[in-house]
Design a protein around this ligand. Structure first.
Ligand code: HEC
Length: 255
């Protein structure tokens, strides 16, 4: 059987057996904490903080960067991304804004930016939004256009199996019952707030970009590149539809 079929199968089995994935994640977290004394999420956040305070070729640190709420302000900033930035004239998400900061402010060349460092920085910056509400807006035409693209991509179907995100991620029952059209995108538990996260099932650190790329991979669709427009568009669409959700813990700890 293909990998994606297995994934869906296992998810359904867990559901049928009543194994709550959240409870299971909590249990795994406790276990790790007991054996290692520290969580992998905390280690990555620490690493991200060190990178944040490291001077780039320009002699500046990331404290000189604006993540949307002003230079060096991190508290709650990640909960308001993606958003349009005047200085780049683009909508940027957390990952993309980190790359902008590393290249434009710290002076690294684009090819010098390491993905693992971007993820560690994303973990650190996101950790400053725990307890904050997701607040993403569509004020600028660029944001509205990207949202429209994300919506299109989410409902588009393609490939040999003719499936797309919505095939697996929309609860049709609710839609028929006439609930707000997108209130149920990716379920009621506000999945936007699950990422960035540490995945204990395969010991990986992922941001939302990794999550979305993996889902494209699962359906045998070519994976859009990191920082590409389709990824960003889907992120904006998902974030907007998760507005108001409170971030329980960033980075999260998931299966
Ligand atoms: C074949 C079914 C399938 C398709 C199609 C699919 N996904 Fe997924 N997706 C899953 C499964 C299963 C999970 C949960 C995986 C896990 O728990 O490890 C998931 C998880 C996710 C999550 C994380 C949800 C959470 O609560 O943490 C996001 C976001 C997501 N998918 C986005 C997408 C997007 C965007 C697309 C379209 C490009 C897509 N998915 C297409 C099956 C699918």
């Amino acid at each position: 059987m293909r990998v994606w079929v297995w994934g869906v199968f296992l998810a359904l089995m867990a559901f049928a057996q009543g194994t709550d994935p959240r409870e299971e994640a909590k249990r795994q977290k406790e276990l790790l904490l007991q054996t290692a004394g520290i969580l992998p999420t905390e280690l990555v956040v620490q690493q991200g903080e060190e990178l944040f305070n490291r001077k780039g070729p320009s002699g500046k640190t990331m404290a000189e960067c604006d993540f949307g709420l002003g230079k060096g302000v991190l508290e709650g900033a990640a909960a308001r991304l993606p958003r349009y930035f005047l200085d780049t004239g683009r909508v940027e998400d957390l990952d993309g804004r980190i790359v902008t900061c590393l290249t434009r402010v710290l002076g690294y060349k684009p090819q010098e930016v390491k993905r693992q460092e971007v993820v560690a920085l994303a973990f650190y910056i996101a950790s400053k939004s725990t307890g904050h509400k997701i607040q993403v807006r569509l004020l600028f035409p660029e944001e509205r256009a990207l949202y429209a693209l994300g919506e299109k991509l989410f409902y588009a179907r393609s490939g040999q199996r003719d499936i797309g995100c919505a095939t697996c991620h929309i609860t049709y029952v609710k839609r028929r019952a006439g609930v707000l059209p997108y209130a149920d995108v990716l379920g009621e538990d506000k999945s936007w707030t699950h990422w960035p996260a540490y995945r204990y099932s395969n010991d990986q650190i992922w941001t939302m970009q990794d999550r979305i790329r993996a889902c494209y991979g699962n359906i045998g669709h070519p994976q859009p590149n990191f920082y590409s427009t389709p990824i960003l568009a889907l992120e904006l669409f998902l974030a907007y539809n998760n507005n108001g959700a409170v971030v329980e813990e960033w980075p999260a700890f998931v299966r």
